[in-house]
Design a protein around this ligand. Sequence first.
Ligand SMILES: *[C@@H]1O[C@H](CO)[C@@H](O)[C@H](O)[C@H]1NC(C)=O
Ligand SMILES: *[C@@H]1O[C@H](CO)[C@@H](O)[C@H](O)[C@H]1NC(C)=O
Ligand SMILES: *[C@@H]1O[C@H](CO)[C@@H](O)[C@H](O)[C@H]1NC(C)=O
Ligand SMILES: *[C@@H]1O[C@H](CO)[C@@H](O)[C@H](O)[C@H]1NC(C)=O
Ligand SMILES: *[C@@H]1O[C@H](CO)[C@@H](O)[C@H](O)[C@H]1NC(C)=O
Ligand SMILES: *[C@@H]1O[C@H](CO)[C@@H](O)[C@H](O)[C@H]1NC(C)=O
Ligand SMILES: *[C@@H]1O[C@H](CO)[C@@H](O)[C@H](O)[C@H]1NC(C)=O
Length: 381
Amino acid sequence: MNSRETYLLLMSAILAALISINLDFTAYTSPNSILSMLTCRNPISRRHHRHHDFIPKVNICDDFPPDIPPPETNTTVTLCVDHNGCCNFTKVQSAVDAVTDFNQKRTVIWINKGIYYEKVMIPRTKTNITFQGQGLDSTAIVWNDTANSAHGTFFSASVTIYGPNFIAKNISFMNVAPMPKPGDVGAQAVAIRVGGDQAAFWGCGFFGAQDTLHDDRGRHYFKECFIQGSIDFIFGDGLSLYENCQLISIASPVAPGLKTINGAVTAHGRVTADENTGFAFVNCMIGGTGRIWLGRAWRPYSRVIYAYTTMTDIIAPEGWNDFNDPTRDQTIFYGEYKCSGSGANVTLRAPYVKKLNDTEAAPFLTTSFIEGLQWLQPFSS
Ligand SMILES: *[C@@H]1O[C@H](CO)[C@@H](O)[C@H](O)[C@H]1NC(C)=O
Ligand SMILES: *[C@@H]1O[C@H](CO)[C@@H](O)[C@H](O)[C@H]1NC(C)=O
Ligand SMILES: *[C@@H]1O[C@H](CO)[C@@H](O)[C@H](O)[C@H]1NC(C)=O
Ligand SMILES: *[C@@H]1O[C@H](CO)[C@@H](O)[C@H](O)[C@H]1NC(C)=O
Ligand SMILES: *[C@@H]1O[C@H](CO)[C@@H](O)[C@H](O)[C@H]1NC(C)=O
Ligand SMILES: *[C@@H]1O[C@H](CO)[C@@H](O)[C@H](O)[C@H]1NC(C)=O
Ligand SMILES: *[C@@H]1O[C@H](CO)[C@@H](O)[C@H](O)[C@H]1NC(C)=O
């Protein structure tokens, strides 16, 4: 099976899973047909209504949680999105548009299970927004722009976050554009661009192929997230900590013995020595298919470390790549610390790779790396 097929299979499996848990998915194209389908299928509601009239009826919103949205409090406003129209909004973007500019209160946008097929933008004026989904396999925002269709990789994101203090919980961000074939130009397809400072993602999914997660700029935190891609699938100039995340490559399988490289987990974009940016991965897991690098030096001062991370043999023995520019060997910072698995054998690593000792690793291991004390709220807040 080639990589494109693998990818499409994966995507359709994910979509099928999402659809099966959410029968009403097609309602956004044809509300009436799904309604009649449900009416015929639902024996309970037929029984329920039999005594009242002969036309079977069902209220599509019967199962909708009665306490959503909760009333406004001193600190929080909740807006609700449901694609069946059971609450305030049917589109995520409409809810975002309704948020008061520069709000100091947190606006929780509660998003019901389902696939929201739309391109979403949170502008700089919309501060303190939370996207609360119902599980990374239940709620997804999906679009399919590519660098070609959007006139640039940076504009291809299904979801773009510029507003500061953004939080996402239990939701997936997907770009379902076709996986690039070897040699394709302009097929980069970003699932999310995180360009606002102080963003936190808890239990979120990021699905795409080339350039899935644009960790663009600002301080960001990712906890227990699932991140899927092929080439440079976490890229940008963010200052970010990833804890307990799964990083899954969908690059094409490479036959044993072949030295082909067909992907990279990261392409960090630190430009100068005085930037404090970098990606730190702690207690993560790297798996999937292909033969890939841990990172490549998209910009001269690219900075990435992996600690306590398990890696399968999809990681090539040299581990990293200087973007074929040896002048970058002096300025990039690529480190590994207490990793495990067959991909973590550092014997044949590129010479510039740092095998960090305790002292050198310490600054990257906790939320102080992203100055979390200044801004990162606990999950439950
Ligand atoms: C919230 O507002 C109410 C009424 O304005 C006030 O009594 C209460 O102390 C406030 N609570 C907090 C946590 O600020
Ligand atoms: C959302 O729905 C709730 C409950 O119906 C209502 O109280 C609230 O005003 C609505 N908010 C908006 C912005 O429409
Ligand atoms: C709202 O955002 C501003 C800056 O954008 C930040 O200073 C403030 O702490 C945030 N408030 C909350 C409640 O998160
Ligand atoms: C996105 O999907 C739509 C509907 O299938 C299709 O018409 C469109 O061409 C796709 N866009 C890209 C860039 O692939
Ligand atoms: C997120 O999902 C997990 C598992 O699906 C659940 O245990 C947790 O309570 C959810 N949390 C939030 C804030 O949605
Ligand atoms: C690490 O790789 C080297 C070189 O391929 C090999 O000799 C060594 O046995 C490996 N170590 C482990 C623990 O697999
Ligand atoms: C760690 O390495 C640094 C050099 O980068 C060295 O100065 C320091 O003594 C080492 N610390 C330990 C605990 O080995």
